[in-house]
Ligand binder design. Structure first.
Ligand SMILES: *Cc1c(COP(=O)(O)O)cnc(C)c1O
Length: 423
């Protein structure tokens, strides 16, 4: 196969539009419902709640905004309403997913709490129930757990729910990447006490931006709608009894969501075909795909990832902002593969760098299934031979071009390029 750079860049994941989005945006324009009220908002909320199987979905300006309000609501339920200008988690620890995008955990800090990161398991790359149980032994007072479903793969929800119930803890479920994925026949986003999804431009379907809060509780939905529109009381003047936010979704954005919703299943089928084609294409290489629980879960296959066998890794050193590697016959590493596919005009990405390795959260406690649970440096972890599953997946894994507009021929090219990295 002759390899030439792609004429048009192959993306990791980019928006895929179908036409109806424009129709609903135009309808918002022509009827002049250009603000945060309108039919697109109502309809998209209804469609999402129906798809997820929850009572209510509240349309917000982003997944991050949805997480912030979900975490604030959980904090208020646990610890009471904070004074104005105080977070609702001040002085409180919260157990958080470690291998995720930082939007999952930042709202804990917005509310004055301290994230305690829980290591990752190898079966789905999500929060390890064994490490979570250990965290409750060390910090028995913790009452809130924030989880995510990385790359669209559901985590071990039965185990996590059982542990949280035994310790009387609430769960905030970040399903930003996993919209449409299911676990034991139920959609992700309803396993937590509060759930959220995102319509960011790179997600399985998009609104260009936006997110939704998911709940079975009418009062919670009412609260979130109120908070997201500056907490205006029902008075003729601006009357405020509690702190508000400007987090509601625009009716124009909701038009894009409304137009995309009928294509969710189609996008998932395309992403699954991409995942399966990579899996087949790599079967003779010393690598595996991001794993999932085939018996109990159906991911949305948002991003296809791979992880290189330990003994097939060439030397790779990562600093805070750059990386080096030493090519070796028969071996490769994420840096080599990402740099090589970039030369052919294709976009991959390293695995999301775990939160406990981020400079901003370096001093936060990090609980592994084998460590003693105290805050520690990454050097200490290495020295003591503690298994740090997140760091290991970050070291050996990468996200592959997963755009649902990629053709089978283009994907075969990517597969061939990666094979040659191992030659
Ligand atoms: C994208 C993403 C978010 C944030 O969603 P936005 O809509 O971009 O604010 C949160 N958590 C995870 C895991 C994400 O991937």
């Amino acid at each position: 196969m002759e390899l030439k750079p792609f004429e048009k860049k192959l993306y990791l994941a980019s928006p895929t539009m179908h036409g109806d989005e424009l129709k609903f945006m135009q309808e918002a324009y022509e009827t002049n419902w250009m603000s945060t009220v309108g039919a697109n908002i109502n309809e998209s909320e209804k469609m999402v709640a129906e798809k997820i199987g929850c009572r209510d979905a509240v349309a917000l300006s982003s997944g991050t905004a949805a997480l912030h309000l979900a975490i604030r609501l959980a904090g208020e339920r646990l610890y009471g309403q904070p004074k104005v200008a105080h977070g609702c988690l001040e002085g409180k620890r919260v157990f958080c997913a470690d291998m995720t995008f930082d939007a999952t955990v930042n709202p804990v800090a917005y509310e004055g709490g301290e994230a305690v990161f829980i290591d990752t398991e190898e079966d789905t790359w999500n929060m390890d129930p064994v490490a979570l149980e250990k965290a409750f032994d060390i910090y028995p007072d913790v009452k809130l757990v924030v989880i995510a479903h990385l790359y669209g793969t559901p985590g071990k929800m039965d185990e996590i729910r059982d542990i949280c119930d035994r310790h009387g803890a609430l769960i905030v479920e970040d399903a930003a990447e996993s919209f449409g994925a299911s676990y034991r026949g139920r959609q992700t986003g309803i396993f937590g006490d509060y759930g959220i999804i995102s319509f960011n431009g790179n997600k399985i379907i998009t609104g260009s931006a936006g997110g939704m809060f998911l709940t079975d509780n009418v009062e919670d939905a009412h609260r979130i709608r109120k908070w997201s529109t500056q907490s205006r009381e029902d008075a003729s003047w601006y009357q405020h009894e509690e702190l508000g936010f400007n987090y509601r979704m625009s009716n124009v954005v909701a038009g894009v969501v409304r137009g995309q919703m009928p294509y969710l299943e189609e996008h998932i089928a395309q992403k699954k075909a991409i995942y399966m084609r990579y899996k087949e294409g790599f079967k003779d290489l010393p690598v595996s795909m991001n794993p999932y629980d085939e018996a109990n879960s159906e991911p949305n296959f948002w991003l296809s990832c791979m992880i290189i066998d330990r003994d097939a890794m060439c030397r790779q050193v990562r600093g805070e902002k750059d990386a080096l590697y030493e090519a070796e016959p028969g071996k490769s590493c994420p840096t080599q593969i990402l740099e090589t596919i970039a030369k052919y005009n294709a976009e991959g990405r390293p695995i999301w760098k775990p939160m406990h390795m981020q400079p901003i959260y370096r001093m936060n406690p990090f609980i592994t299934k084998s460590g003693n649970g105290r805050a520690r440096s990454n050097a200490y972890i290495k020295e003591q031979g503690i298994t740090d599953v997140g760091a290991d997946i970050f070291e050996r894994g990468l996200c592959l071009p997963s755009d649902n507009k990629m053709t089978p021929d283009q994907q075969d090219m990517i597969i061939e390029i990666i094979k040659r990295c191992f030659a």
